[in-house]
Ligand binder design. Structure first.
Ligand SMILES: Nc1ncnc2c1ncn2[C@@H]1O[C@H](COP(=O)(O)O)[C@@H](O)[C@H]1OP(=O)(O)O
Ligand SMILES: [Mg+2]
Length: 412
């Protein structure tokens, strides 16, 4: 678009000057010229996407390093704590039985959050920064956390140095605490907000299974880009004949920008490939994903739905938003998530996964078929659960969900 065009265009249904609209409006905005010629301007988020990919990839690198090093003075103690069954606090978030164990687990996520904040702020210095994220620095500010905080700071500094693109003085422990606390935004329907789960699927991470670094951008309440770094996900399909596959390389990066499709590349930096959800139309051929953890989703309910659909394959149970990534490349056909009553889903647990799967041609809704609304702050107000599949299977899935929920409530 030329400077001349800018002078004669005014956005439809807006009294704001065009330049203002161009800078503040997301996605597609319609403009008319003085002669009523309508022009569509597609907003792009290339710069933000590049920053998000870099932030999530570096955080994945950091998480992999965290898995092979110690945040505690005694590796042995840490091992015991991390292997002990992860218990639930009142909010049902996973923490280990001892406070110290909690610090080890939340300290790792905070470390990832500090790094993502650092990268986004460096890469996008001219944009106002708002982040809705899972962690805060409360635990790390306690007296007993000094050693963990120092180790976290060292790891963040080492990751920044090893990347080599930032010439910055070494971050202090206070810098790291401040970076973690940048994630205190409440989100909402106005302006732009980054949404981050620095380690999604903590239980999978602790077990050495699947987890993800999930980063998304909201613009005026809509998810406009998302990145999922999945350090333990094989590049080859995890369904079907994966075990027989010759490619056992792990570490995937999924990313999507609104209107531009979903891509996957290896975390080691291979060329991106465009991915698509499965085209399966016959539900009997579908396989489905659900949470590894029984406490996170009602396995009996998804089993009853799968039965109605005639699904023959057993459920594929994996942790975190990795399920969205795997679904976006057609590994399975359906993802069902039915948390128990009272659990409130947070936006950082679904924002990145939602755009990764929808840009790959999938549909996501709550159990009643309503789209997910990310504009209401930290929480998603949902009707019962979350279901995801392709366009063809969604009507059948919704019907089976409705019937199973009715049966469930009549048996209570
Ligand atoms: N009781 C629960 N019901 C549903 N989801 C939960 C529950 N407790 C924690 N979660 C969240 O489920 C997500 C993992 O999902 P999945 O079951 O698909 O692996 C995590 O974000 C986890 O939160 P957190 O990130 O605090 O661990
Ligand atoms: Mg999470």
């Amino acid at each position: 678009m030329t400077g001349n065009c800018l002078k004669i265009l005014t956005p439809i249904s807006s009294s704001k000057p065009l330049l203002f609209s161009l800078l503040s409006k997301p996605t597609k905005t319609q403009f008319k010229t003085s002669s009523s010629f309508v022009l569509s301007v597609k907003m792009s988020y290339h710069k933000e996407l590049a920053a998000a990919k870099k932030a999530a990839s570096l955080a994945a690198q950091l998480c992999q390093a965290l898995n092979s090093c110690s945040l505690s003075p005694s590796c042995k103690v840490q091992k015991v704590l991390l292997q002990s069954d992860v218990q639930s606090k009142s909010d049902k978030s996973p923490v280990t039985v001892a406070d110290y164990g909690m610090l080890v687990v939340s300290g790792r996520a905070a470390c990832s959050q500090a790094l993502v904040t650092f990268v986004l702020e460096r890469e996008l210095p001219s944009e106002p920064f708002s982040l809705v994220a899972e962690e805060d620095s409360t635990d790390l500010r306690n007296d007993g956390a000094t050693d963990t905080l120092e180790r976290i700071t060292k790891l963040v500094n080492e990751t920044i140095t090893s990347d080599g693109s930032y010439s910055v003085p070494t971050l202090s422990t206070e810098d790291v605490l401040k970076a973690i606390d940048s994630g205190k935004s409440e989100g909402g329907s106005a302006g732009r907000h980054w949404v981050l789960d620095p380690i999604d699927g903590t239980k999978g991470f602790v077990r050495g299974d699947q987890y993800a670094i999930a980063l998304a951008l909201l613009d005026e309440g809509k998810v406009v880009l998302g990145v999922l770094a999945c350090p333990n996900l094989p590049l080859a399909s995890i369904c079907g004949d994966y075990d027989k596959s010759s490619n056992n390389e792990v570490g995937c990066l999924f990313y999507a920008e609104i209107g531009a499709g979903t891509y996957m590349q290896s975390l080691n930096g291979s060329s991106p490939v465009k991915v698509q959800v499965t085209a399966i139309e016959n539900s009997e051929e579908a396989s489905f994903f659900e949470s590894y953890e029984k406490a996170h989703s009602q396995h009996d309910l998804s089993s009853s739905i799968a039965k109605k659909l005639g699904v023959k394959a057993p459920p594929v149970r994996i942790d975190s938003q990795v399920k969205y990534g795997a679904l976006s490349r057609g590994d399975g056909a359906i993802y069902m998530r039915f948390p128990r009553e009272g659990y409130r889903e947070k936006i950082w647990d679904h924002a990145a996964g939602c755009i990764v799967v929808t840009e790959a041609g999938g549909i996501i809704s709550d159990a009643a078929g309503n789209p997910l609304d990310f504009s209401k702050g930290k929480y998603l107000d949902l009707n019962v659960g979350i279901i995801v599949t392709n366009q063809k299977l969604m009507p059948k899935l919704l019907k089976a969900v409705k019937e199973s929920l009715e049966e469930q409530s009549s048996s209570l």
